[in-house]
Design a binder for this molecule. Structure first.
Ligand SMILES: [Mn+2]
Length: 353
């Protein structure tokens, strides 16, 4: 677990899924590099899922085919230069890419191969997996994690160094997805410091999914946890508000002007019970509403209502927004399946940048 200091500014960015242009736009807008060079107390917290870009490329042609690898290279460079200021929180996609490379290692062992798996080896494993478990299982367990085709050992090492959660003295808690459920065991910081990915990966699938580690990377409201779980989790870790990514924001809309129970739209964020903000900085944002957040680490936050546009809630610069979401900005898009699931060809956004 990462502990942020009690002063300075923490910028929080979620779910880039290979959108190098959005990331660069954010870094430029906050003048991150000159400020860090000048010794300012500035922190950048990425809420995971920087890799895996095929679904993002369906809706935004400005995501190029190897932009997630380039994005990770940029993060590795930022970490090298400013190790105490640029932080990566693990997302479910990071977890699963690492999981697949563990599986590839076993696959290579049984075939007497060693070294970083090449494309032939990866395809060989995918074929064997599909033959054994079927196409549907392949689509859920392997296909969404397309960064495996581009990930180099340095990228895997970077993802493996990621943190499960960030906690600040002002009450801010950052995780990729939801809080754990109350029935998922001890939730205090001391327990979280001992939660290891390796241990989680060794569990049988049912127990892995029930583990707190896995829940923090995957839980979605309202199916996976309740408002009581959220409050209990914040109390257990000593936090007062939580920021997450992970869930495409249109899914919180029950209709054009309504949200599902317990949720409200708060200036482009989803507020869950007033205590959790679901953020979309790139992939999965509300149409035309890419946001990132800036927290004053010296100021206590007790409610999502404390987050003010222009102060904590910032726009990802407009020139870098993807075309399909800009184009549909006036249309209500209550059905996330239409926006995020269907592989649809769209006009190139090049001319709009
Ligand atoms: Mn995710």
């Amino acid at each position: 677990m990462l502990r942020l200091p009690a002063r300075g500014t923490a910028y929080v960015v979620s779910d880039l899924h290979g959108h190098l242009l959005d990331f660069r736009a954010i870094v430029d807008a906050i003048e991150l590099i000159p400020r860090l060079e000048a010794g300012e107390q500035v922190h950048l917290v990425l809420l995971g899922d920087a890799g895996d870009l095929e679904r993002h490329r369906w809706i935004d042609k400005r995501v190029s085919e190897d932009d997630d690898a380039r994005l990770f290279d940029l993060l590795i460079e930022l970490e090298r230069r400013f190790p105490a200021h640029v932080h990566y929180i693990e997302g479910n996609h990071d977890f699963h890419v690492l999981r697949i490379f563990e599986e590839l290692r076993s696959f290579q062992q049984t075939h007497g191969v060693s070294g970083h798996p090449d494309k032939t080896t990866i395809q060989g494993y995918f074929n064997e997996f599909t033959a054994e478990y079927g196409e549907a299982c392949f689509r859920v367990n392997l296909e969404p994690y397309d960064f495996v085709w581009r990930a180099r050992p340095r990228h895997l090492a970077y993802m493996a160094r990621s943190r499960l959660m960030a906690l600040a003295p002002n009450g801010l808690v950052c995780v990729h997805a939801g809080p754990g459920r109350r029935d998922s065991g001890r939730m205090a910081p001391v327990w979280l410091d001992r939660a290891f990915r390796e241990r989680c990966l060794r569990l049988v699938p049912e127990r892995m999914m029930a583990s707190l580690y896995y829940q923090l990377l995957n839980n979605r409201y309202p199916n996976d946890y309740s408002l009581d779980d959220l409050r209990a989790f914040l109390t257990a870790v000593g936090g007062s508000i939580m920021v997450s990514g992970h869930s495409p924001l249109p899914q919180f809309r029950a209709g054009p002007n309504a949200t599902i129970d317990g949720c409200a739209i708060h200036h482009g964020l989803i507020s869950i019970g007033g205590q959790q903000a679901v953020l979309g900085s790139s992939y999965g944002c509300l149409p035309g509403q890419k946001r990132f957040l800036a927290f004053d680490l010296a100021k206590p936050y007790t409610s999502i209502e404390d987050l003010v546009p222009g102060q904590e809630i910032l726009d990802v610069p407009k020139a870098h927004r993807p075309s399909i979401l800009d184009d549909s900005a006036e249309i209500e898009v209550p059905n996330m399946v239409e926006v995020f699931e269907l592989p649809q060809e769209t006009e190139s956004s090049e001319g709009r940048a």
